[in-house]
Design a binder for this molecule. Structure first.
Ligand code: AMP
Length: 316
C-alpha cells in the first residue's frame, strides 16, 4: 500500500522557511535548507498533499523551491520578496543533543510578513501552524473557514517573546505540540503531566509532548499514550526533529481523514518515525532519499520495541 495518495486531504502549513547554520559534535552546515515549514511540509508530503504559506527573500536558492515542488508541495502561498533576506537561524548542540542553543535568529522577511491565503487554501480541513510568530499563526487561523483539525507548535523564543499571542493561539487550536522543556517554561510546572494538563486547560484537548530521543507523550482528554524512543546510535543533527515529527503526524492523520484515538496514536508513531530518520543527517538531507519502504520498516520496529507480554492471570 502506498502511503501517499494525491486524492487525500491536503494539509495547510504556515511556518518558517529558513537558511540554517548549525554545528553539532559531528559536523556543521552553513545556510542550509531549514525552517519549521520546510521540515514539516516535506515530512507531511510522504502522506498527503501539502500547501505551504510562508515567505522567502531572493537569496533563497531556487533549487530549494524546486525540491519542495518536486515533492508535490503546493507553493502558491509562498511569497518571494525581491530585495528581502530569508529568515536565518544559527545554533549549536553540545553532547546533549536534546538541547538546541540558539546563537542568532534573524526574522528578516518574516518581520513584516502578513500571510494572505490563496482562496483555494481557505477551505483546507487540516491546518498545521508550525513554529513561527504566534501573530502569524493567528492570521492564518482567521482566514481558514471551517477546519476539521488545527494543530500548533512553538518554541522558547516565542514563549518568552510573544506569550500573550501564543496563549490566544492555544485557546483556539485542537492539538498543541511542545517539547518537555517548552511545556515547563510555558506553565512553570516541573511535572510533564501537570504541564500537559495545564496546557489542555488553556484550550487544546490534545497535547503532545516531545521528549527528544526519549520518545513522546500524547495526552488526549483523559487518555494517555506513550511512544517509545527509537534506539538510534548516531544522530548527526537534531534540527527539525520536532517539525518532521509534527509533519509526519498531521500528514498521516489527513491521509486517513480520521481523528479517532487509534489514528492519533498511529500518527504519533509515524511522527516519531519521520523525526528519527530526519536526525540521521544534516538539514533535510535524509528526507531527500527516504522511501515508503523505509517508513514502513521503522514503523514496524517501533511496534516491536513497544510490545510486551501480559502476565498470565494465574501468576497474579
Ligand atoms: P526543531 O524541529 O524545533 O528542531 O526546529 C528547527 C527549525 O526551526 C530550524 O530549521 C529553524 O530554522 C527554525 N527556527 C528556529 N528558530 C525559529 C523561530 N524563532 N521561529 C520560527 N522558526 C524557527
Amino acid at each position: 500500500m502506498a502511503y501517499r495518495s494525491d486524492s487525500a486531504d491536503p494539509v495547510l502549513i504556515v511556518g518558517s522557511m529558513a537558511l540554517d547554520s548549525v554545528r553539532t559534535p559531528t559536523g556543521e552546515v552553513t545556510d542550509a535548507l531549514g525552517g519549521s515549514a520546510d521540515y514539516s511540509s516535506v515530512a507531511a508530503s510522504f502522506f498527503s498533499p501539502v500547501q505551504i504559506v510562508g515567505v522567502v527573500g531572493d537569496d533563497f536558492p531556487k533549487e530549494h523551491l524546486r525540491f519542495l515542488a518536486d515533492r508535490g508541495i503546493d507553493l502558491a502561498g509562498v511569497r518571494p520578496i525581491s530585495g528581502g533576506k530569508t529568515f536565518r537561524w544559527a545554533g549549536y548542540y553540545d553532547f546533549d543533543l536534546n538541547i538546541a542553543h540558539t546563537l542568532d535568529t534573524q526574522l528578516n522577511v518574516f518581520a513584516d510578513f502578513a500571510p494572505v491565503l490563496p482562496d483555494a487554501y481557505k477551505d483546507t480541513k487540516y491546518v498545521f501552524l508550525a513554529n513561527i510568530a504566534p501573530k502569524l499563526q493567528l492570521d492564518v487561523l482567521e482566514q481558514v473557514r471551517n477546519p476539521k483539525l488545527t494543530v500548533c507548535d512553538t518554541m522558547n523564543f516565542w514563549i518568552e517573546g510573544a506569550r500573550a499571542d501564543l496563549l490566544k493561539v492555544l485557546e483556539r487550536v485542537d492539538i498543541a505540540f511542545m517539547n518537555d522543556a517548552e511545556a515547563r517554561q510555558l506553565t512553570g510546572k516541573m511535572s510533564t503531566v501537570k504541564a500537559a494538563k495545564e496546557i489542555q486547560a488553556i484550550g487544546p484537548k490534545t497535547v503532545i509532548i516531545k521528549k527528544g530521543e526519549h520518545g513522546a507523550l500524547l495526552f488526549a482528554g483523559d487518555e494517555h499514550f506513550s511512544a517509545p524512543s527509537y534506539p538510534l546510535e548516531d544522530i548527526a543533527d537534531p534540527t527539525g526533529a520536532g517539525d518532521s515529527f509534527a509533519g509526519g503526524f498531521i500528514g498521516f492523520i489527513a491521509s486517513m481523514d480520521d481523528l479517532s484515538p487509534t489514528t492519533l496514536r498511529r500518527g504519533v508513531i509515524y511522527g516519531s518515525v519521520m523525526a528519527s530518520y530526519n536526525v540521521e543527517d544534516f538539514s533535510l538531507n535524509r528526507l531527500r532519499t527516504l522511501t515508503e519502504r523505509d517508513i514502513a520498516d521503522r514503523y514496524r520496529r517501533f511496534k516491536e520495541i513497544a510490545y510486551f507480554d501480559a502476565l498470565e492471570e494465574a501468576v497474579l
